[in-house]
Design a protein around this ligand. Sequence first.
Ligand code: E4P
Length: 219
Amino acid sequence: MKIFLDTANIEQIKIAKDWGIIDGVTTNPTLVAKEGNIDFETRVKEICDVVQGPVSAEVVSMDYENMVKEARELAKISEHVVIKIPMTKDGIKAVKTLSSEGIKTNVTLVFSPLQALLAAKAGATYVSPFIGRVDDIGNQGLELIEEILQIFYNYGFETEVIAASVRHPYHVVEVAKMGCDVATIPFSVLEKLFMHPLTDRGIERFSKDWEEYLKLKNK
Ligand code: E4P
């Protein structure tokens, strides 16, 4: 499973890139706004240069013409840019146009298997079902991923499924077990994937025993 980092924070991206475990990055207007006074296009370029893999940058227009216009401009920033487009009628129409031009797209704000099916039919490179937000309203986000994967498998769609709105390591392990193509993960959740109390206890024990060994050896 590919791991994308769900952030527009360049420091976090550099750290995760150095760990050697991220394949791409996803941003959205909320994540960009969190960065304060930055220039969006400059930040996207910076992220692409660090990641050297797919970087989703979202359009903010809501009508077809302006979405396509914005997307074409963003796509000029780097070969790594993937255009994030909301799951609307205009959005799907824009995906069809952009995919015919060879511009990669990521259909975002997907909350049902049928929305994912439409995005795949339009030629989306990725779809992003928001599992955490589905859980938030008392439904099963993980079931949504399972249903989309099944439909894409049935018809051989090449569109990749990005599990988005990931809130904890359990989401990550479950989507990995399902064979989801990508999980986009906030930095705080990514850090948690490293952790296990038995690893900490094991390291403590090995260090202590090694100290004992050195004391005996040097007697
Ligand atoms: C990623 O593509 C999404 O924009 C992001 O995962 C949404 O996460 P949230 O529901 O925690 O805002």
